[in-house]
Design a protein around this ligand. Structure first.
Ligand SMILES: CC(C)(COP(=O)(O)OP(=O)(O)OC[C@H]1O[C@@H](n2cnc3c(N)ncnc32)[C@H](O)[C@@H]1OP(=O)(O)O)[C@@H](O)C(=O)NCCC(=O)NCCS
Length: 161
């Protein structure tokens, strides 16, 4: 999809975290965060070094969401974990899947880790559909902590990159 591209996270992207911090957008992610948590998340995305990368998703000229991957020690193996969000006005238009595919391509080019995993809530149909469409393999259901202190029942999806 030519009209869609990813741009590295910058200072300017803080507004996106506020737009994503609604009950609707965080329904499967433990609920809205405090201002301090948002700022800390933004700083984390800005300063990932070589442990991962966060992007804003741009469709035509509009910022429509975010996608990123980061290192996670999972069952004794260092993997990339990937997460995504599309703002409500742009949901349901088939934009999430190609955006996530573009982020996976970038992770793959790094040639750093063999697997990328996603851990969507078992109740999040759109995110589970994205994993299925991008040919992730469903490993199992698991209890997953995201964000810190919040446990949910998720699917463990993995893709060799
Ligand atoms: C998850 C999210 C990014 C999906 O965005 P979206 O723009 O609706 O996604 P898409 O339009 O690309 O749809 C992806 C697939 O999910 C499917 N889907 C969407 N809603 C669905 C539902 N309620 N039931 C079943 N499938 C659904 C779509 O049909 C599509 O598959 P298709 O192309 O085969 O039709 C968006 O809902 C979001 O940002 N949610 C809040 C943040 C979040 O939960 N992130 C996930 C963290 S793992």
């Amino acid at each position: 999809m030519d009209k869609l591209h990813l741009e590295a996270w910058t200072e300017e992207c803080l507004f996106l975290l506020y737009l994503q911090n609604t009950p609707e957008m965080t329904k499967y992610l433990g609920g809205p965060e405090t201002e301090a948590q948002i700022i800390s998340r933004h700083n984390r995305y800005l300063n990932m070094g070589d442990t991962g990368t966060f992007y804003r998703i741009i469709f035509e000229t509009e910022t429509i969401g975010s996608v990123g991957y980061w290192e996670h020690l999972w069952k004794g193996q260092m993997i990339y974990e990937i997460g995504w969000a599309i703002l409500p006005d742009f949901q349901g238009k088939g934009l999430a899947t190609p955006a996530v595919a573009k982020a996976i391509e970038k992770a793959k080019l790094e040639n750093k880790h063999s697997y990328i995993h996603a851990f969507p809530s078992i109740s999040n149909p759109a995110s589970n559909a994205i994993c299925r469409k991008l040919h992730f393999t469903l490993v199992e259901q698991c209890q997953f902590e995201y964000p810190i202190g919040h446990f949910m029942q998720t699917n463990d999806w993995k893709l060799q990159i």
